[in-house]
Design a binder for this molecule. Sequence first.
Ligand SMILES: Cc1ncc(COP(=O)(O)O)c(C=O)c1O
Length: 324
Amino acid sequence: MAFPGTGKIWMNGKLVEWKDATIHIASHVIHYGSGVFEGARCYATPRGSACFRLDAHMRRLQLSAKIYRMEYDLDLAGWENAVLETIRANAMKSCYIRPILYRGYESLGVNPFTCPVDAAIMLWDWGAYLGKEALEEGTDVKIASWARMAPNTLPAMAKSSANYANSALIKMEAITDGYSEGIALDVYGNVSEGSGQNIFIVRDGSVYTPPLGSSILGGITRDSVMTLARDLGYTVAESIVPREALYTADEVFVVGTAAEVTPIRSVDKIKIGAGRRGPITEALQRAFFDVVNGRVADTHGWLTYVYPEEASLRSQQAAAIHAR
Ligand SMILES: Cc1ncc(COP(=O)(O)O)c(C=O)c1O
């Protein structure tokens, strides 16, 4: 996913050329990881481009900023509009969306209060994060030797740049050892999450995922998948997941904006279920891709159309064809 190096980036309310979207080396965020960010996706649907759960993502950005005492003069609607404006300016049909709030250039003490809070929104093309094949075949993961952050150290609920130092250690270890992804335990030894995904297990027809107290990011895909699973009639529980519950699960899958819904076929070289995508994973994957790609009615109001007039026109045309 190399960057194209062209297009426009939103910086503090202005659209600037990609090559000009730079910050000073003395910016606080570069030295101390003092940033919070989001990762959302815009999908090409039959009614035009639509962002998936844009409101939830921008709300989480605001809450991450709140935890880190970062103030920025933009309300929720302002954030959503800024993202839509950036997509329109780049004329992208589908893209990955990366808004970031960070402590900028002023001084370099640890104290971030002296530095301004700056913001940017960038977009790029990002396909299947763990590979297209993994979506169908499943992928192989290992339990990381690194634990996720202990409670009351770095807040896992904030999507902060600093947390991704831990994620990078997990990811590098997994790749070096020949796996696509690492699954971290929390400091109590229970399953937490992947380096950039939440995790689910399926056992005897029910669906389980670790709770917020297991040092996870409260994923928006996780929330969506829990809702879709309930819609499909499955029992869903947020529950402590011991490491061995992964090995003995009927199915395991990870979810996230980047990874979408990706089946896991082995953990630490132990085959999960039949060693391929399981039926409940497949059903949830289908339900998820149907919603994000606008192939079914958006009953939960999860899609924000980039060009609302075009979307409503296309809906009217579809309704007219249907009525004939
Ligand atoms: C550590 C971590 N956990 C979980 C997730 C999934 O969150 P979401 O579904 O909101 O993208 C992500 C992705 O951003 C992540 O980085």
